[in-house]
Design a protein around this ligand. Structure first.
Ligand SMILES: N[C@@H](CCOP(=O)(O)O)C(=O)O
Length: 431
């Protein structure tokens, strides 16, 4: 698999280089030179395959023989060891639950795949791999779980002070071992831009073997395509042939993966990117002017992103043709008040308890849902991660999984960091 940079179409790097360097020096993002196509036979019969088989076929389409079949199968079996069910709510509406992994968020797919791929591809004699990750809430916990105790790696998580939920904070800050957390006095966008700056800093690159575990890294995107194919397989089994996806969107890596799956041959009618009031993309699709804004805090905190990294990849998938994008993707934003009514409505109408991000996706789904097709909205995190958002009657109904109960007795350790790149640099050089 060869990749180019969105800022330099002539550049060619290998998959291994893209995984370990993650962010091209020209500040673009890596994209596959060729989008692999899955055969129409495979797609037609996809309902005969189980999740791991689908994930294997998709990865092999990208990587060819770069990883021998037996080794790749083993990696996939380890990564995909939890379910991603499509739960039907009605004839027209289903919810794809992506929160059954260890950190209770969809980020587990990407983080688990990435940690196994990095361990497999790294040269044993390489110096420690320093993984930097910015999080608005969910990525950090998944990456911590994915890399905890992985030899030869050290993870540094930057998160915005006071802007993640209590459970998310515990997931980020109680791991110890090779995982450390920096509590930044700023927003997620500040954390993300500090991390990006680190990749372009000559001194840091001389001392450290730096890479990213955010969705700017292409190895996060590949595994996030798996569940779109698997959802389609499940829809076929439920006799639904025409489907659309509604994706709660922050950094746009999740919907980016869905659109990649579509470009690989997955039959999808339409995508909706549902956002909270951090609405850079909905505004862009409406006005044609791309104007990122500083992110603001909302109840769906993992989507508090003002400058979504992956939008450039989506543009690239459609040859930067805004009209073509609009034919396939629409976008809508919702306030916190609407999100809370979405949560209530889902509970009252379907007896379903959704996290705030999922509720935003549900509101987006309501806008396009129709009798001719099956609309699947993605549920990206378990509601227990946002327990303070719910009214008492709902709170009491939320089952708390063991991994969350276990967090309660752990000690939280985070290093405070001013919102300045030089502070991050000093921390990295001195610790
Ligand atoms: N929603 C994210 C923000 C980072 O996004 P990523 O997909 O690039 O890792 C989070 O929960 O941290």
């Amino acid at each position: 698999m060869k990749l180019y940079s969105t800022n330099n179409k002539d550049l060619r790097v290998s998959f291994k280089e893209a995984v370990f360097n993650s962010f091209p020096i020209d500040k673009g993002l890596y994209m596959p030179v060729e989008i692999p196509q899955l055969s129409s036979d495979f797609i037609k019969n996809i309902d005969h395959f189980h999740f791991q088989e689908i994930a294997f076929a998709v990865t092999q389409a990208f990587l060819g023989n770069e990883i021998p079949e037996e080794d790749l199968k083993k990696i996939i079996e380890e990564v995909i060891n939890f379910e991603a069910p499509v739960v039907p709510l009605s004839n027209e509406l289903g919810v794809l639950e992506l929160f059954h992994g260890p950190s209770l968020a969809f980020k587990d797919f990407g983080a688990r795949f990435m940690s196994r791929i990095m361990a497999y591809l790294s040269d044993k004699n390489d110096k420690t791999l320093d993984i930097l990750v910015a999080t608005s809430g969910d990525t950090g916990g998944a990456v911590a779980q994915g890399f905890l105790g992985v030899k030869g790696t050290r993870v540094t998580i930057l998160f915005p002070k006071g802007k993640v939920s209590e459970i998310q904070k515990l997931q980020l800050t109680t791991n110890g071992q090779n995982i450390r957390a920096l509590e930044v006095d700023g927003t997620f966008d500040d954390c993300q831009s500090m991390v990006k700056e680190a990749f372009n800093d000559p001194e840091l690159n001389e001392y450290f073997n730096l890479t990213s575990a955010n969705s700017i890294n292409i190895s996060r995107l590949i595994p996030q395509t798996f569940y779109y194919f698997h959802a389609y397989a499940q829809a076929l089994r439920q006799n639904k042939k025409s489907i659309s996806f509604v994706v709660p969107s922050g950094n746009f890596g999740n919907i980016g993966a869905g659109l990649l799956a579509y470009k690989m041959g997955l039959p999808v009618q339409h995508f909706v990117a549902a956002t909270n009031i951090n609405d850079t993309v909905p505004r862009y699709l409406q006005s044609g002017v791309y104007m990122p804004k500083s992110s603001v805090q909302t109840l769906s905190n993992a989507m508090d992103v003002g400058n979504p990294s992956n939008w450039v990849r989506i543009m690239e998938l459609f040859n930067n043709d805004l009209q073509k994008i609009k034919e396939m993707v629409s976008s809508a934003s919702f306030t916190d008040e609407e999100t809370l009514s979405g949560i209530q409505e889902l509970y009252q109408q379907y007896n379903y308890i959704a996290c705030p991000h999922t509720a935003v996706a549900y509101l987006g789904a309501k806008e396009i849902c129709n009798a001719q097709e099956f609309t699947i909205f993605l549920s990206t995190a378990h509601p227990c991660k946002f327990i303070d958002v719910y009214s008492d009657n709902l709170k009491n109904e939320i089952q708390i999984p063991t991994q969350v109960k276990e967090l309660e007795n752990k000690t939280s350790l985070a290093h405070p960091l001013k919102n300045e790149f030089i502070e991050l640099k000093k921390f990295l050089l001195n610790n």
